[in-house]
Design a protein around this ligand. Structure first.
Ligand SMILES: *Cc1c(COP(=O)(O)O)cnc(C)c1O
Length: 403
C-alpha cells in the first residue's frame, strides 16, 4: 500500500515543481557541457551553473568562487575530511568531531583513524549538544580540523556553530560543518560563523538527488583540499568530472526558494511540529521527546514510545511514511547510535520514531497522523504485558528485578 502521508523529509524531499521547471531546459535544449568553451551549448550550460553558484553562495554569505559542486553531501563530507587531512598532514594529525555526526562524517573519520590520523569523538549532552568549551579542551598543538554538524538529521538538535567557529579561528584550526539539514532551513553565514568548509545537498531542500556542494573558504585563510578524483581539473582542481548541469541548476533554484521562504516556512513548520507533539502527548502516555525542544530544527520531531517497537508501530500506521531510528541504519536491528548518545536506553530506542515535516505537509495530515499513531500505540500496548505491569505501578526496572 502506498503511504498517503509523507513525514520523512529528513531522508529526502520531493522536487519542488518550480525547481523542476528551472531544470527542464537544461535537460532539453541547454544540454551542453559546461566545460565546452568553443560554442553556445557550452556557454549556455556554464551560465546556468554560474547562476546556481551565485544562488547557493548568497544563501550562506559566501562568494560564488568558494562553491564546489559535488554529487551530494556524502561526497562533500569525504572531500572536506580526507582532502583537508591529506593537505594539512604535515601540520598535524589530530581531528575533532562528535558522536552524533552522520555516517558520511563518521566513516571517513574512522578511515582516517586507520590511515594514521588521531580522531577525538566528543560526547553530547542529553539534548544532543556539544559545547565550544568541549572543543576548546580537545584542541591540541597538532589539531588540524574540527568537524561538527550544524543540525542533526535524526533528532534535529542545532549545534552552537558560531561559537565553535570563533574558537577555531582563534586557535587557527580549520572548521568543517555538515550543514545538510540546516542549509536552507536556518540562517547560515560562513563569515559570521567562522566556517571554513561546509557540506550541503540538494535533495534535502526540494532539489534533485545526486547533487550537492562543498563550500571551501578562499580568504583568511585560503583553504585547500586534496582531490579524491583525478581528472580534468574541474572545480579549482578539487573535484574533477563533467558537471551535472540540470542538477546544479535545480540546486540553485531550490536554494533561492529556500532563502525566500525560510522565515515563513520555519514558522509554519514549527507550528505543525508543536501541534503534532501536543496531539501525541495529549493522547498517549509514557512517551518522550528526543532532541533539543528549544534549539532544534522546526521540522523535526523524534519521539520514543515506551512499550512498543518502532517497526511494529510503523507497520501499524502504514498510511504514514516515517523513520524508525536513522534512515541509514534502520536496516540493522541496532537501536540508533544517535539516541544511544543522548542517553535513550535500548528498549526505548527501539520504540522511537522520527517525524520530519516538509514544505508540502498540511494540518490535516498532522491531525490524521496523531489519530493513526494513537490508535496503533493503543493496539500494540493492549498486547504488551510490560505495559500492563507498568499501569499497575511497576516500572520496567522493578519488573526486571522481580522476575
Ligand atoms: C542526508 C545527509 C547526508 C548525506 O547526503 P547525500 O546528499 O544523500 O549524500 C549527510 N549528512 C547529513 C546530516 C544528512 O542529513
Amino acid at each position: 500500500m502506498k503511504p498517503a502521508i509523507y513525514l520523512d523529509n529528513n531522508a529526502t524531499t520531493p522536487v519542488d515543481p518550480r525547481v523542476l521547471d528551472a531544470m527542464l531546459p537544461y535537460l532539453r535544449e541547454h544540454f551542453g557541457n559546461a566545460a565546452s568553451r568553443n560554442h553556445a551549448f557550452g556557454w549556455e550550460a556554464e551560465r546556468g551553473v554560474e547562476r546556481a553558484r551565485e544562488q547557493v553562495a548568497t544563501l550562506i554569505n559566501a562568494s560564488s568562487k568558494e562553491i564546489l559542486w559535488t554529487s551530494g553531501a556524502t561526497e562533500s563530507d569525504n572531500i572536506a575530511l580526507k582532502g583537508a587531512a591529506r593537505m594539512y598532514r604535515e601540520k598535524g594529525r589530530h581531528i575533532i568531531t562528535q558522536v552524533t555526526e552522520h555516517k558520511a562524517v563518521l566513516d571517513p573519520c574512522h578511515w582516517l583513524g586507520e590511515e594514521g590520523f588521531e580522531v577525538t569523538y566528543l560526547p553530547v549532552d542529553r539534548f544532543g549538544r556539544v559545547t565550544a568549551e568541549q572543543v576548546r579542551a580537545a584542541i591540541r598543538e597538532d589539531t588540524i580540523l574540527v568537524s561538527i554538524m550544524h543540525a542533526n538529521n535524526e533528532i534535529g538538535t542545532i549545534q552552537p556553530i558560531a561559537e565553535i567557529g570563533a574558537l577555531c579561528k582563534e586557535r587557527e584550526v580549520l572548521f568543517h560543518t555538515d550543514a545538510t539539514q540546516a542549509f536552507g532551513k536556518v540562517p547560515i553565514d560562513v563569515e559570521a560563523m567562522g566556517i571554513d568548509l561546509l557540506s550541503a545537498s540538494a535533495h534535502k531542500i526540494y532539489g534533485p538527488k545526486g547533487v550537492g556542494l562543498l563550500y571551501v573558504r578562499r580568504r583568511r585563510p585560503r583553504v585547500r583540499c586534496e582531490p579524491l578524483f583525478h581528472g580534468g581539473g574541474h572545480e579549482r582542481g578539487m573535484r574533477s568530472g563533467t558537471l551535472n548541469v540540470p542538477g546544479i541548476v535545480g540546486m540553485g533554484a531550490a536554494a533561492a526558494i529556500a532563502g525566500e521562504a525560510m522565515e515563513s516556512e520555519s514558522r509554519r513548520l514549527a507550528g505543525l511540529r508543536d501541534r503534532l507533539w501536543e496531539g501525541l502527548s495529549g493522547r498517549i502516555d509514557a512517551i518522550h521527546r528526543n532532541g533539543d525542544a528549544h534549539n532544534g530544527l522546526s521540522n523535526t520531531l523524534n519521539v520514543s514510545f515506551a512499550y512498543v517497537e518502532g517497526e511494529s508501530l510503523m507497520m501499524g500506521c502504514d498510511g504514514i511514511a516515517v523513520s524508525s531510528g536513522s534512515a541509514c541504519t534502520s536496516a540493522s536491528l541496532e537501536p540508533s547510535y544517535v539516541l544511544k548518545a543522548v542517553g535513550v536506553d535500548d528498549a526505548l530506542g527501539h520504540g522511537s520514531i522520527r517525524f520530519s515535516l516538509g514544505r508540502f505537509t498540511t494540518v490535516d495530515e498532522i491531525d490524521a497522523t496523531v489519530e493513526q499513531v494513537a490508535q496503533a500505540v493503543g493496539r500494540l500496548r493492549e498486547m504488551s504485558p510490560l505495559y500492563e505491569l507498568a499501569r499497575e505501578g511497576m516500572t520496567p526496572d522493578t519488573m526486571e528485578s522481580t522476575s
